[in-house]
Design a protein around this ligand. Structure first.
Ligand code: SDX
Length: 430
């Protein structure tokens, strides 16, 4: 079907402006406004980019009204049930599900690159013991651009592959080193005989003083959580990676920028904020006062883990994690009163007219912290766990941006409402 044409008319002159629409394979059409400023001297205005397509992408599709999330066309529900995080990494990076041989080779490559340079390890000694793990991880990942000079040709496909493999392989090791630094324990090296989730648990919780037995339920839960966090279209941190990478900066520094953006409580930092909120609520009987605060325009408090820029329906990831939370807690033989608070909070909020009218549903961060807590991961590490899952999405989008034939350095404009031109006044005359 030929592309639609939208007509914009200048009311002052009656001059008509034709703007072509472009259709995607699924989802809303876009209006191509690239010629708007050059030909008409007009900008568009969209703070937060809620109605703006910043790029063309083939990686992930979200339908916020239907609660749909697909990685390269595969529904996340099917991947959560049938795939593995290594397979999803290959899918996001290369566009198709791998053959058995391709998956084996990819997994071997990631597994055999999990160690980090010993001089990177020494960087952790520069942090105070109570440094926030996200600050340490962002800093150390950024420092990788100081270590790897052998693969900085971003136009070289092999260099781009090696960069992605290093980020996916080494982020859990860096995360574990940050955790060990905060608890004053010796760093635990990765093991090549362990799968991705098991290796992370080993590096986090093994100590020299005694054997550590990995719980397969915990390892499988981590693998599923990484699948669910792997990518999410043009979210804040991914857009940050794309924008930072568009200057052709070192890709490790672009990922570090993404980690920094993810840290915010409005974004990936929400999983940590959800646990703190649930602990602040404490018991179900205190829920109404917190819901009242969330509705109070004069109170900055928000129900963390609720609401989403895109999902105006239940976040499909939250649904899966909600079910998984019960299963993991039962399998681990653990009960958590905060889960009772969370379930009751969800039940009350989803009946409250304020939340119903504003379509504020639980998002991916609402339940994930309860599982991380059940696995023994401290609250301060929750957003680091999100970063580990999302790193492959950042790498996939960075590669797509770098190889985009229409790609240009990102440079938005603005609506200027500051002072008109005025002359300097000497201090004695002010
Ligand atoms: C993630 O983009 C992604 O894809 C992100 C993510 C990913 O995978 O990358 O999905 C991960 O970041 C999930 C979101 C985690 N953040 C939180 O849980 C923090 C709490 N949520 C809010 O801060 C908020 O809902 C946002 C940031 C998630 C969305 O903000 P928007 O789209 O800018 O929406 P908004 O702030 O304009 O809110 C619309 C209305 C406002 O009321 P009005 O001004 O219209 O009267 O809803 C209200 C808000 O006050 N509102 C809330 C609320 N979230 C929005 N009120 C109470 N509690 C909340 N949580």
């Amino acid at each position: 079907m030929s592309a639609k044409t939208y007509i914009l008319m200048d009311p002052a002159t009656g001059k008509k402006i034709e703007l072509k629409a472009r259709a995607g394979s699924v989802g809303p059409d876009v209006i191509d406004i690239r010629s708007l400023y050059g030909e008409q001297g007009l900008f568009t205005y969209d703070p937060g980019f809620g109605s703006t397509a910043a790029c063309e992408s083939k990686i992930t599709y979200i339908d916020g009204d239907q609660g749909i999330l697909m990685y390269r066309g595969y529904p996340v529900e099917q991947l959560a049930e049938k795939s593995s995080f290594m397979e999803v990494c290959y899918l996001l990076l290369h566009g198709d599900l791998p053959t058995a041989a391709q998956l084996e080779e990819f997994t071997h490559t990631v597994t055999t690159h999990t160690m980090i340079n010993e001089t990177i390890l020494r960087l952790f000694n520069g942090f105070h013991y109570d440094a926030h793990p996200m600050a340490m991880v962002a800093g150390v990942v950024g420092s990788m651009s100081a270590f790897y000079h052998d693969t900085t040709d971003i136009m070289n496909p092999r260099h781009r592959d090696i960069f992605a493999h290093r980020i996916i392989a080494k982020l859990p090791t860096i995360a574990a080193a940050a955790y060990k630094h905060t608890v004053g324990q010796p760093f635990t090296y990765p093991r090549n005989d362990l799968d991705y989730g098991s290796n992370l648990l080993h590096m986090f919780f093994a100590v020299p003083a005694q054997p550590y037995e990995i719980d397969p339920v915990a390892a499988q839960a981590l693998d599923l959580l990484f699948i669910l966090h792997a990518d999410h279209e043009q979210n804040c941190s991914t857009s940050t990676v794309r924008l930072a990478g568009s200057s052709q900066a070192n890709p490790y520094s672009a990922i570090a920028a993404g980690i920094a953006a993810l840290w915010g409580p409005a974004h990936g930092g929400a999983n940590e904020a959800v646990l703190e909120m649930l602990e602040q609520i404490g018991t179900p009987d205190r829920i109404p006062q917190f819901i009242a605060r969330a509705k109070d325009k004069n109170d900055s408090f928000r129900l963390m883990g609720f609401g989403h820029r895109v999902y105006k329906n239940y976040d499909p990831r939250a649904k899966i994690i909600r079910t998984m939370t019960h299963k993991v807690l039962n399998q681990l033989g653990k009960a958590d009163p905060l889960l009772d608070v969370a379930m009751r909070l969800e039940e009350i909020a989803l009946q409250d007219p304020y939340f119903v009218e504003k379509k504020l549903y639980p998002n991916v961060d609402f339940y994930s912290g309860i599982i991380y807590k059940a696995l023994g991961i401290p609250t301060s590490m929750f957003t680091v766990m999100f970063a580990i899952g999302r790193a492959v999405g950042w790498c996939a989008h960075w590669r797509e941006m770098i190889t985009d034939p229409e790609g240009r350095i990102g440079r938005p404009r603005q609506l200027y409402t500051g002072p008109a031109r005025r002359d300097y006044v000497d201090v004695g005359k002010r």
